[in-house]
Design a protein around this ligand. Structure first.
Ligand code: CA
Length: 291
């Protein structure tokens, strides 16, 4: 039996006919427009996200899934970190931006702050006694006191350009803005230095959510199924963490539900990885880099 065409599907969903008669051209145009809208709204995840390892001569490693934790599928994850036994998540989109403190065993939000209407939250980092939350285009970072998470006690940091990912190396904040550079800032958020990131000698653009440990910055790459391990000193990508297995397990609904969110529990040597609007956080082991 012949399966329905896109036009058949659209006709059933919208209750319109592409048959002959008066107004046929208008209806056909409507059907075609509806079909374009339908497929534009739900572009599927590319097959290579689920199967192919990234083309790369740098060493590729695959994470081993230890367990999964439920993740709020309405959370458009822009930042994730692990601190003192708890997860912290920043979610984006205007009207849906938030900061959450999450139980890493149950995935439940223990505390949540919804941002004001026009703000679009991005990466987060904890340095000293404060948690800092970037905004995408606002040029402002919100500062929350720890452990109270009061967000109105400290004046915000200001910076030029876009804010994407944020982490720290215990001395500096390390920030991404979607380019191929990492920006180091001091505790007052003043710029200190920038490091250009290269993979196999080429600029690695679209650096997104970040995590730092033991001399390396781990970065999601926007619209890619892998994480790059970057030498914080030289900017060279040493290894690629191939996360196709996580995407196969998660089966994100659309191409925009990208892999994004890296947190590291140093005590247990476990990584918490997720994506925008994913239903799971994957707790994984990643082989340590050779010294
Ligand atoms: Ca992170």
């Amino acid at each position: 039996m012949r399966t329905g065409s896109a036009a058949d599907l659209t006709r059933r969903m919208f209750g319109v006919s592409a048959g002959g008669g008066r107004g046929m051209r208008g209806r056909r145009r409507f059907v075609l427009s509806a079909a374009v809208l339908l497929f534009a709204a739900a572009r599927p995840v590319p097959a290579q996200w689920l199967h192919a390892a990234p083309g790369n001569s740098a060493v590729t490693v695959r994470p081993q899934i230890v367990r999964t934790v439920p993740h709020d599928p309405s959370a458009f994850t822009q930042g994730l970190l692990f601190h003192d036994g708890l997860l912290y998540e920043s979610t984006g989109l205007v009207g849906k931006s938030s900061l959450r403190r999450i139980d890493p065993r149950s995935g439940e939000a223990l505390w949540k702050n919804n941002l004001r209407g026009g703000e679009f939250a991005e990466g987060i980092a904890i340095l000293g006694h404060e948690l800092v939350q970037l905004t995408w285009k606002g040029g402002t970072a919100i500062r929350y006191e720890l452990p109270t998470l009061r967000g109105d006690a400290l004046p915000p940091f200001h910076y030029k350009g876009e804010g994407w990912g944020l982490t720290n190396d215990a001395t500096h904040f390390i920030m991404s803005n979607g380019s191929d550079s990492l920006y180091f800032r001091d505790k007052r958020f003043e710029p200190v230095r920038a490091v250009a990131v290269t993979r196999n000698g080429r600029p690695q653009k679209h650096l997104n959510e970040l995590e730092y440990t033991r001399g390396y910055v781990y970065a999601n790459v926007w619209y890619q199924n892998f994480i790059v391990e970057i030498s914080a000193e030289s900017g060279t990508v040493k290894r690629v963490i191939d996360c196709a297995g996580l995407l196969r397990a998660e089966r994100p609904l659309t191409v925009d539900n990208v892999l994004n969110g890296i947190a590291y529990d140093e005590r247990e040597d476990e990584w918490y990885l997720t994506g925008k609007n994913w239903k799971s956080i994957f707790v994984v082991k990643i082989p340590k880099p050779s010294p």
